[in-house]
Design a protein around this ligand. Structure first.
Ligand SMILES: [Zn+2]
Ligand SMILES: [Zn+2]
Length: 247
């Protein structure tokens, strides 16, 4: 009660504005993004590729079985992970939120984004049953020092706390500094992250079901490289989850 009174008073004196639309937020619950903006996030909806979650267009009225759908990219590709899922499209509000968290270091955006992930996972009960541990895609030490935190780890912690799943931050490490993947072709992305990751504690993942988490899935090169190492080190199955998917 007192907490809300204090927050109400503080909002009167220093009105909190939404980081995305800049409108004042009345009830913040500590968030710096308003309800309207959160509702504007474009979710990934059926039909989509069962492997990489890419949204597919199917002529209206044409019947389809979601479980049979696979995109052209995935038809010719082998993955080390079982499948990848993303909450929303990497554009608009979601893209802006990820940028603010990552580059503007606005850590308080982790909570509403983490809750978005929780809400998503609550509808993925079959997947949840297969998960023993959550592993965030790691940052290289250089990036970590510059940012001061790994945004993926923050989001994993929120999911892990909610679902009582352990989050292992040190199991998978990035041992080579890589250029930003932004603007690179698929081939160059694959080359860029090739052998950039390694598993330091294989005993932690042996025969385990792993939820590998990254903020954005673009071509899948980064998560594939991580999943390959996790499998090589003895993981049973790797499932990928990202907040956003490049379209
Ligand atoms: Zn807003
Ligand atoms: Zn696909």
């Amino acid at each position: 009660m007192i907490k809300y009174l204090i927050e109400g008073l503080l909002n009167l004196i220093f009105p909190l504005e939404c980081r995305v639309c800049k409108h004042p937020i009345r009830e913040s619950a500590g968030y710096s993004i308003c309800e309207d903006c959160l509702k504007d996030i474009q979710l990934i909806e059926e039909p989509y590729c069962k492997k990489c979650n890419k949204p597919l267009s199917i002529a209206p009225g044409l019947p389809y079985q979601q479980d049979d759908l696979i995109c052209l990219d995935c038809k010719n590709r082998e993955y080390s992970f079982e499948y990848s899922r993303s909450v929303g499209k990497y554009r608009g509000v979601l893209k802006e939120c990820i940028h603010l968290l990552k580059y503007n270091k606005e850590k308080n955006l982790a909570q509403p984004l983490g809750e978005l992930l929780i809400r998503y996972l609550l509808f993925q009960q079959e997947l949840l049953k297969l998960i023993d541990i959550i592993i965030p895609v790691p940052l290289h030490e250089k990036d970590w020092k510059e940012r001061g935190f790994n945004q993926s780890f923050l989001l994993c912690k929120i999911m892990g706390d909610y679902f009582t799943l352990p989050v292992k931050e040190k199991v998978l490490v990035k041992n080579r500094f890589t250029l930003s993947q932004v603007g690179l072709s698929r081939k160059d992305r694959e080359k860029n992250v090739f052998q950039a990751f390694s598993v330091t504690q294989p005993e932690e993942i042996k025969d385990k079901g792993i939820l590998l988490f990254d903020d954005v899935f673009t071509t899948g090169s980064t998560v594939e490289e991580c999943a390959k190492e996790l499998k090589r080190a003895g993981a049973n199955k790797v499932f990928v989850l990202t907040l956003a998917r490049g379209i």
